[in-house]
Design a protein around this ligand. Sequence first.
Ligand SMILES: [Zn+2]
Length: 169
Amino acid sequence: MVDTGWAGTFPELLHLLKEKDIDVGDIEYLVITHFHPDHAGLVEDIKDHGARLIVHHAQVSAMGTLKKFFKPEHNFREIEAKNNITVSTPESRTLLKKAGIDGEIIPTPGHSEDSISLIVDECCAFTGDLPNLSLAAAYGDPELMDSWETIQSYRVKTIYPGHGNPFSL
Ligand SMILES: [Zn+2]
């Protein structure tokens, strides 16, 4: 699974999974594109059912800052180290291979310092909140442009953003 939702929305997530005939216990690995509250609020709820969280080295320090986004009434559960796997980009390839995916987790900063993308070789990329290429070009932000250049070097065809519909590159 790539990304979760806000803390406290686990019942809604279970409902959505059920609609797609997926049992939460079938989720083996969880990847979070960046540790913002609308992407990472349910990590511990999903880990409860056996999933392991894959964390890229570029994300380690941001994980601890997540709690500042939540108020007590959100019932946010802080992410624990248990059942997390911290990887470099090359290590992510080895790990993803075990999950049947040819691809990598790569740092793609621009929206946030800890933003990563999950690449499936010559297929697609899950890019979280990275602004799309035309927006990035309009901003003229070199960090964003570098991130897109890296993504394109994997010859992906489809982008799955964190919000909104997939689009072709
Ligand atoms: Zn974000």
